[in-house]
Write a new protein. Structure first.
Length: 302
């Protein structure tokens, strides 16, 4: 892909711009657009050549599978070969919304989406722009986050432009994303349901909906062994990675302040809970209310 020859346009996500995005998808091009979680780079999930452009634009490893986005269960025939009972329970509880369900892959999904797997991750976004683009294009779209591989996932159009200028033709600007982190990923293939990526929908939420225990993949907290199969986005590769050196502190506010004050010679900047910045006396970004994970997720990468 020659970046010098491609102009990247940002348009408000309405009317003619949505129609233009739908046309680009039908023609095998890429479009960046908002979902309720983060902005994504979309390509027609049935068009292997189009999906391959996603990996080039992001610099994404080929063994990292993509998630396919649809408006509802009516679009699943051909994309999945089976809709397990557990998937039906999860869709009834959480879809449309920030949940990806891994199911047996159907014959119509481009091989490029699945990294050689016999499964596919399916998500039904609730964001009106994403749903409108699917409806107008008639395309289920594959879409990872709209950032260079390894960088933080963008929650607004300008952050997408920073990484993707010259790499795709169109960014739909739908404002800030509501959730702010990527979707929860659960597999319903196999004997037990397994959480592959945590997100806005929690492990406890999933277990309540299913009425059974959900296993947690070791890959969430441990590095995958060399050569291990990547069954979901977020399992293997560096993700949500800031450029700065970051120190994570676990303790009281007083302990936090004492640590920062003790490192004054390093010119620290702080991520803190809402209402704490004025007490610290250092450059701060407040990323949400203490104890409110949803509020923190919404703000931490902005």
């Amino acid at each position: 892909m020659n970046r010098m020859k491609m102009k990247t346009e940002i348009l408000p996500a309405e009317g003619e711009a949505i129609a233009k995005a739908a046309d680009l998808l039908r023609r095998g091009e890429l479009v960046a657009l908002p979902t309720e979680t983060v902005y994504g780079i979309a390509a027609d999930a049935r068009n292997g050549a189009a999906v391959a452009k996603i990996f080039v634009a992001k610099g994404r490893p080929q063994d990292n599978p993509l998630i396919v986005h649809v408006t509802g269960p009516e679009m699943l025939p051909g994309l999945v070969s089976e809709v397990p009972e557990r998937a039906q329970l999860l869709m009834a509880a959480f879809c449309p919304g920030p949940l990806t369900i891994i199911m047996p892959r159907g014959p119509e999904v481009a091989a490029e989406c699945c990294a050689g797997l016999d499964t596919v991750g399916i998500r039904m976004p609730s964001h009106p722009v994403a749903r409108a683009v699917i409806a107008q294009s008639g395309c289920a779209f594959a879409a990872p986050s709209a950032n260079l591989s390894g960088k933080p996932s963008p929650t607004n159009a300008q952050d997408v432009f920073t990484d993707m200028d010259g790499r795709l033709p169109l960014i739909l600007d739908g404002g800030e994303c509501d959730v702010g982190v990527e979707s929860t990923v659960i597999s319903v293939v196999g004997e037990k349901p397994t959480l592959f990526r945590p997100g806005h929908i929690t492990l406890e939420d999933l277990e309540r909906a299913l009425g059974e225990e959900v296993e947690v993949s070791k890959a969430i907290l441990e590095k995958l062994p060399e050569g291990a199969v990547v069954r979901s986005p977020g399992m293997k590769y560096k993700h949500y990675a800031p450029k700065a050196d970051v120190t994570l502190l676990d303790g009281t506010f007083e302990q936090f302040k004492a640590y920062v004050d003790a490192h004054a010679d390093q010119n620290p900047s702080c991520l803190c809970f809402t209402g704490e910045a004025e007490k610290l006396g250092w450059p701060c970004v407040e990323y949400g209310r203490e104890g409110d994970g949803a509020d923190q997720a919404k703000h931490i990468f902005r």
